[in-house]
Design a binder for this molecule. Sequence first.
Ligand code: SAM
Length: 312
Amino acid sequence: METDGTEVPDSISAVIPGWFSEISPMWPGEAHSLKVEKILFQGKSDYQDVMIFQASDAPYSSTYGKVLVLDGVIQLTERDECAYQEMITHLPLCSIPNPKKVLVIGGGDGGVLREVARHSSVEQVDICEIDKMVVDVSKQFFPDVAIGYEDPRVTLHIGDGVAFLKAVPEGTYDAIIVDSSDPIGPAQELFEKPFFQSVARALRPGGVVCTQAESIWLHMHIIEDIVANCRHIFKGSVNYAWTTVPTYPSGVIGFMLCSTEGPHVDFKHPVNPIDAHESTNKSGRPLKFYNSEIHTAAFCLPSFAKRLIESK
Ligand code: SAM
């Protein structure tokens, strides 16, 4: 349902009138707020509340542009989505030579697809997104993100990623990218052991997975469980990386990178760097955030996180 932008839902006016405040039990006692210029879309799918608003200009910096919100949680903004989409995609794909078959779980906005398309070695990209409404609104309101769907190598499957992976033949993919929302709501099972086991089974020997792995400032308890499960399940490399995304809670987001038993994968030193000609995508858009130096730096962790993650 499109709106004329006049009615402001409670989650917006509850804290500061005319502002969107990201209030969630996932980060109790704090909330990031953005000034709302106009509500562009509000809907409720079978899985979640979907809202899109135009953030107003920030006085001393460019605006965040349009913002996608699912169940009251910011998923992406036009200004800083590059950091997340480029890192969650190129950290795994630049770590193995010639990735050919790639699976994306979640990622309905199409941004990861846009980044996977930069790798000319890729021949097949499957994406399994549970909520068609996310795909539809992304194509309508975020064309520079959803451009990923225009690549002929992409096949979209609408469904639950947990069920999709169970049906995948063993050893199918070179890389799996789990671009999920938080472990509340439809993505909850994507953080649990059985799901990671199905990911490992779907990867070829030496295949890699990169999954959204929350914030070291807010979710070390969740990260501990993810790391423990991954060390038990993946017999290749298991590493945690992180990056900055201003509009994510605490301003950072992490990634769990694992490889299955087989050819060694050194995630910290990209063997398949995206060279100049591949760093522009279909629309001619150059990489905005990722490069090989920031790839390696992403694995340098603060001591509190390094100690805990290495102890698992
Ligand atoms: N790519 C975004 C960004 O730049 O930050 C954020 C993540 S994306 C919007 C998260 C997606 O995961 C949502 O579209 C959500 O519908 C999808 N999702 C959640 N649970 C899922 C499941 N079990 N299977 C498939 N997709 C799921």
